[in-house]
Design a protein around this ligand. Structure first.
Ligand code: SF4
Ligand code: SF4
Length: 217
């Protein structure tokens, strides 16, 4: 099993990196303290992101639990990027990844290249690696608050609003098929949990489009 094959990935054109930045595993960092994490985030190439685990309460009400973790930053996204349409990794350059194998996020190293973008496969289970971040939720939440001034829940509300604005402006049409499915797969749950944010996004996009039409007429 070959962890890196530049020739195959060159032929492919970096499809996996165009889908999104890859995940960091907890083992990638020597210092996961508040200060240690602030230092790595200050370098500007990493975002705090969130996996939303949806579940139903005994009452039948749909809810979610966010699992915060770190990922190589996507183009145009911020240091705190909890829920959004994933875009190409900002570390992907013309000649491939900016990092050599030793410094690459483990989520990227974990994907074994085959040259066929649909057949590349993870060496270790990627979800289990994300779940290891569960022990670091407190410190990551503190950092979200420090950067954004709001709680994780409030930031997710803001992000859901922005996600629907982007969706209504056809941004989802610009991303690879796997990301389209991922976003569409969680839309129904988001519509149920965040009706106000969805309604506001819908009205804001509609009003903006109307104003544009009035200006043009
Ligand atoms: S790992 Fe697979 S999908 Fe990613 S660039 Fe290489 S061949 Fe393409
Ligand atoms: S960090 Fe490198 S391997 Fe990971 S997604 Fe970005 S360009 Fe690809």
């Amino acid at each position: 099993m070959e962890l890196e094959n530049k020739e195959l990935c060159k032929q492919c054109g970096g499809y996996c990196c165009k889908k999104s930045g890859c995940d960091y595993f907890v083992e990638d960092f020597a210092d996961l303290s508040y200060k240690g994490l602030l230092n790595v985030l200050a370098e500007g190439n990493i975002s705090i992101v969130a996996l939303l685990k949806f579940s139903k309460l005994k009452t039948g009400k749909l809810t979610f639990t966010p699992i915060l973790y770190l990922r190589a930053r996507n183009e145009g996204r911020d240091v705190v990027d909890l829920v959004s349409i994933k875009k190409s990794c900002s570390l992907l350059k013309e000649d491939g990844c900016s990092y050599d194998l030793a410094n690459r996020p483990s989520g990227g190293v974990n994907l074994i290249p085959t040259g066929d973008k649909y057949k590349c496969y993870p060496k270790e289970d990627a979800l289990s690696a994300i779940l290891k971040w569960e022990s670091y939720q407190k410190v990551l939440s503190r950092i979200v608050k420090r950067y954004t001034g709001v709680s994780v829940d409030e930031k997710i509300r803001q992000d859901v609003y922005n996600l629907f604005v982007e969706f209504l402006n056809s941004e989802l049409e610009k991303v690879p098929i796997e990301e389209k499915y991922d976003v569409l797969g969680m839309m129904e749950s988001l519509l149920i949990i965040f009706p106000k944010e969805v309604e506001k996004a819908t009205n804001d996009v509609k009003n903006k489009k109307c104003k544009k039409l009035v200006k043009q007429s």
